[in-house]
Design a protein around this ligand. Structure first.
Ligand code: URA
Length: 276
């Protein structure tokens, strides 16, 4: 194959990966991450007396990919550990530190940074989205990319900004290729999110997009059915009014839907003013 043909082939290979959502390399050797976490979950085999010499030749070194964060042994144990760690955090700073040491969410293995929250530590409005994307992963801050910039404009439309809002997601690390978080990934982050909500103690929660709404409100309805209707979100002993609305990333793709988001934002504004 001549150089030009090779170049075309390599470009087609990269284009195909980009189209599949692979926009990030984490190693030079392909690695089955699912297999690694299954291996970590299996109990260690009983030791069998060895007939090998005590100092065998080490296996040849391969160009190994970075090791993922060690997951908790089973998904249930990861959720249990998350509950224990989250409940023990008396402040947001402690919760942040606790999340930083938590290895029970598989997303941590491929993410560059933990994205905890943006905006005010305590706020009357809490906004919860789906998951960090590329820009968020690079900066370690939720909603700083194009969707975040539109979110800022939405807040400005009701005379608010992020000094009056606490902005986060249902998972704290970027899913590879921006896929939706799996139910297990959201489940294992949930104790931290519940504790975060308790510590922020908002008067109103705005939930962005179907994956976050379905997950937080435990339903499977479409966002068009759910948006614009007040729901109640229970955390601890508190009931907090929650408004499901359209995700700003969807609004960027579907500008005509901004009319609906505007109605939802006005409802949030009126609720905060005590007018609803
Ligand atoms: N989309 C989200 O749901 N969250 C972010 O932080 C960024 C984009």
């Amino acid at each position: 194959m001549d150089n030009e043909a090779l170049r075309h082939e390599a470009q087609a290979y990269l284009d195909w990966h980009a189209a599949m959502g692979v926009d990030l390399g984490v190693g030079t050797v392909a690695q089955n991450w699912f297999e690694l976490s299954e291996q970590a979950a299996r109990p260690a085999p009983a030791t069998v007396p060895s007939t090998q010499p005590s100092n065998p030749t080490p296996p040849p070194k391969r160009n190994a990919p970075p090791r993922p964060a060690t997951p908790a042994a089973t998904p249930d144990e990861a959720v249990f550990a998350a509950r224990e760690q989250a409940a023990a955090a008396p402040t947001l700073e402690a919760l942040h530190e606790s999340l930083a040491t938590f290895d029970g969410c598989g997303l941590k293995a491929t993410a560059k940074n933990l994205c905890f929250y943006r905006g005010a530590p305590q706020a009357r409005l809490m906004i919860i989205g789906e998951a960090p994307g590329r820009d968020e992963d690079l900066s370690g801050t939720p909603f700083v990319g194009p969707a975040g910039q539109l979110l800022d404009k939405m807040l400005a439309a009701i005379d608010m900004d992020d000094t009056a809002a606490h902005i986060t997601n249902i998972v704290y690390w970027r899913p590879p290729g921006n896929r939706n978080p799996t139910p297990q990934e959201a489940l294992v982050c949930r104790p931290f999110l519940d504790r975060q909500i308790e510590l922020v103690a908002p008067d109103v929660i705005m939930i962005l997009g179907r994956p976050a709404v379905n997950n937080l409100l435990n339903n499977t309805d479409s966002i068009m059915k759910l948006r614009g209707r007040w729901k109640s979100f229970t955390v601890g002993a508190h009931e907090i009014p929650a408004m499901p609305t359209l995700h700003p990333a969807y609004l960027l793709r579907t500008p005509l839907a901004k009319k609906m988001a505007w109605l939802d934002l006005q409802a949030v504004r009126d609720k905060l003013k005590g007018e609803l």
